[in-house]
Structures are given as C-alpha cells and as structure tokens.
Design a protein around this ligand. Sequence first.
Ligand SMILES: Cc1cc2nc3c(=O)[nH]c(=O)nc-3n(C[C@H](O)[C@H](O)[C@H](O)COP(=O)(O)OP(=O)(O)OC[C@H]3O[C@@H](n4cnc5c(N)ncnc54)[C@H](O)[C@@H]3O)c2cc1C
Length: 515
Amino acid sequence: MGVLPSADGSSGTAEHAVVIAGGGPTGLMLAGELALAGIDVVIVERRTSPDLDGSRAGGLHSRTIEVLDQRGIADRFLSAGQVHPSVGFAQIRLDISDFPTRHNYLLALWQSHIECILGDWVAELGVPILRGCEVVGFAQDDGGVDVELSGDTSLRAEYLVGCDGGRSVVRRTAGIGFPGLDPSTSWMIAEVEMDDEPEIGMRPEGGGIGPVDRADGGGPYRVVLKERQVQHAREPKLRDLSDALAIAYGTDFGVHSPTWISRFTDMTRQVASYRRGRVLLAGDAAHVHPPQGGQGLNIGVQDAVNLGWKLAQVVGETSPESLLDSYHAERHPVGARVLHNTMAQVALSIPDDRHRALHDTMTELLSMDEPRRRIAAMISGLDVHYDLGEGHPLLGRRMPDLDLHTADGSTRVFTLLHDTRPVLLTLGQPGGFDISPWADRVRSVDAEHDGVWELPVLGEIAAPPAVLIRPDGHVAWAGDLTDPELPRALTTWFGAATPAYLGTPGHTDGDQSCL
Ligand SMILES: Cc1cc2nc3c(=O)[nH]c(=O)nc-3n(C[C@H](O)[C@H](O)[C@H](O)COP(=O)(O)OP(=O)(O)OC[C@H]3O[C@@H](n4cnc5c(N)ncnc54)[C@H](O)[C@@H]3O)c2cc1C
C-alpha cells in the first residue's frame, strides 16, 4: 500500500492526531472544534468539490445557532438566512418567540449554504481537507489507527471519527450494530423548473412544493412527494417525478430541467455504541431518521460540539481516555429522543381519517402553552439535559447566554466560550477557591449579572453563586465555591490538578481522593 507524504515532505505515512472521515456538516464542525483546541486534524472527503447535490436540510434550530454563537460564528449564518418565529412538529407550527434565548427562531438556510460557511471557517482555521478521497477501511491497535484510503494510500491517526453519513464505512468496518426500523414510507425529493405556476405549500401527508430561493420566490422549485411504494430498484428519474406530481396534484406543472432528483425514507436507526476503542461515530453515521422536524443536521453539529473538546483533551493528554465514554452516555439518549419524535411525526402525517383525527387532537393540545413549550424546546434542541446527577437545575443543561459585567467591561457568557476553553464563572462573592491547579486549562472569570435566570421549559431558576461551564456550553457544576464537589467536577471534566500545586499553601482543596 502507498503512503501519503507527511506534512514535512518526508515519505513516511502521514500522521495526524485525528482523522475525520466525511466533510459534511458534522465533520466540518468537529474539525473546527478540534482545530480551535490546537489539535492536528485532517478531513478525508469523498466529494471532489464542496458543492452539494441538492439542498437537503433547510435550516438551523435555536440550539445549533447557540453553539455557533459560542464560537463567534453565528452572524455568518444569520446574515445568509431568514428567521422564522416558529418550528414545526408534524406540520403543526409552534411559536418559540417567547423562548429565553437570543436565538428564539428557526433560521431558514439550505444545507449547501451551511456547509459552505462551515467550510470557510474550517479553512481559516487551517484544517486540510483531502478531497476526492475515500476512507475504505481501517485497523486499530493500542497506539492508534491505520486508516486505509482510496488510491491505495493510508494515514495514521490516534483517533478516527466516522462522520461519513448514513451509509458509514467507518461504522460498518468497526462492526458496530445499527439497530432500528426499516422504512415504511418513501418520499421523492427534487429541484426542478416548472412551466406552470405550481401550488406552493405543504401537503397533508407531508412534503409539498416551495421555491428554492425562499426570499425571492419563483422557480426553481423544491418538490417533496410521498411515493406509493417503499422499495425501489433504481434511482428516480424526471418521468417518475412527473407521474408522482400528476397523482398528487392532477398535473405535473410542466416540470423540467431537474438539478437534483433523489429519495429518502423514514428508516430509523441508531448505533448501539458511539465508540469502539479509537474509533468514534457522529452525525448521520450514528443515527438516521426521517427529516420531519428538521433535526438531523442539527444534532450532528451538536454531536460534534459534545465530542470535540473531549477528544482534544484526551489527545492532549490532560484527560484519560475514559472521558470519551461520556460522549456515548450523553449523545445516545439525545439521538434516541430525536428518533422517537420523528417516528411520532411520521405516524401523525398518515393521511387517513383516524390519523387526521389524531393530528387535530395534537394540534389542539399543542395550542396550549405548556405542551407547546415542551415539544418546541425538544425540536429546537434547547431542552437537552445531560444526566450529571442531582443538583442545581442548571447541572447538565445549557448555560444561558447572560449579559455580564466584569472588571474588563461588559461581555456575555457565549463570548467567554469562543476559544473552546472551560470557564469557572463566579457571580457571587469572588475568592474562596484557588483555581491555580487547573488554571492552564480553565479560565476563571468574576462577573455580575443583573437580570433573572430563565431556562427554556423550566422557567425562572435561582441564580447560583458560581458555575463551571464546559466548552460545549453545558454546566458541569453549579453552587457555592466552598462546595467540595467543585474540585471533583474540575478533575472529572478537565483532568487532574497540576501536581506542582498540590499541597501548596494557597490550594484550598483538602480532598485529593479524586485527583
Ligand atoms: C430531504 C432531506 C431533508 C432534510 N432536512 C433537514 C432539515 O431541515 N434539518 C436538519 O437538521 N436535517 C435535515 N436533513 C438531514 C441532514 O441532511 C443530515 O442529517 C446531515 O446531512 C447529516 O450530516 P453529516 O455530516 O452527519 O452527514 P452527511 O451530510 O451525509 O455527510 C457525510 C459526508 O461524508 C462523505 N463520505 C461518505 N462516505 C465517505 C467515505 N467512505 N470517505 C470519505 N468521505 C465519505 C460524503 O461525501 C459526505 O460529504 C434532511 C435530509 C434530507 C434527505
């Protein structure tokens, strides 16, 4: 087998800390997270160019915009899309404009634009992308992974992450089970021109017709149509689309000039494990489900943000490899919940009288505030709660983006997270805890906040005197600085105290059992 030249030009197999298979939204986000943390990462991408065939995902939900805001790049996306004050659940519109977040809306933006903006960010961070190159296999040993590439070449990495989509080669090669449901329904999707003015809008059974350019309207049009059969021997063609339009609308609107015709199903599967040794899975490689609710791309990006800082700390040897187990523990339940709600949405969209009655009942229920808030927070990703045990309501939840006053001026919480470092934020009386043993990894900030603390669904909560915020924006600890859990949380999430500080007079942590 041939080898790719190392970055220094020598002829040995190129070595990287992390190889990412797949440069879709999940792979790009993960690469950005790792690069920000100073990790040597490379993306291997099958496509020869960044262009995407077709628009696919149509938008970003609140929590995804928040994680992009945590890295200082949300404005790039906001300036390219249009905001809408509601999210959809089985086509029932749920207003989220009263949600306690700066991003209380859905951002309509096609996946092709999302990938383009993420690609520019990753390029600025200097991440190499090997385009027109496929991961075809790998072998892992105690020290790393030999990643086999198309063209009879290879790379050596400490870790391999499969972000290579629903048909993931990495998942298959790792032998990780992918249990779930086979498809029950199939939809055709296309981008086409039409001679006649089509009927714009959703169809009761899901899908419909809309302009690709949502701001200006007009053609080309994106068409999504439920198919009569689930199994198909070949890819759909223009003729099939024309027939499906005629069945649904009584006319094909003079459809022509397709730039993209494909199909998707409601196949619903999730990997049994997000990690096998030095190989991890994220995004569609780890979970596939129908697009109802528009959550797939969003949870892939959020998988990447959960994994990035953990992998960076393990590669950087500040944390043990066991930290990576928390990636599966935290993200598998989130993925499972999305699979569950998409199955419910597919069932609610079945166009018969009984399901229509059920849909009407759900619509009535969701017009009430409490059910609306719960379901909308789930779809928008704002209700994610990692199980970090008992404690303050913030524990395991996303930290709100509070306005802060510090000695250096005004700032906000998300700004403090731009460089992917954890933050110990003290809002009460400063002092009382010596952060020096973790100061090389954790930033300590004393600040004041005047307003109330409000969380989605839960409402107003009591302000804690201090919070420990992970790089992904989730709260690892909240309480008083004298709480013995604080050094434990610092050690669990960000590694052992620097030995030079142990036992020094200024170090107030008497309990070293966790170090
Ligand atoms: C019709 C439709 C509508 C959708 N609407 C929404 C929506 O509104 N909102 C939403 O959030 N999601 C939506 N989704 C889902 C969304 O498109 C996916 O969840 C998202 O693309 C997953 O991103 P990913 O990076 O994990 O995988 P992918 O986007 O599949 O990217 C995988 C990448 O890996 C590359 N690759 C594959 N195999 C290899 C290999 N062996 N070696 C190297 N590279 C490889 C591929 O070329 C690709 O670039 C929709 C999907 C469909 C089909």
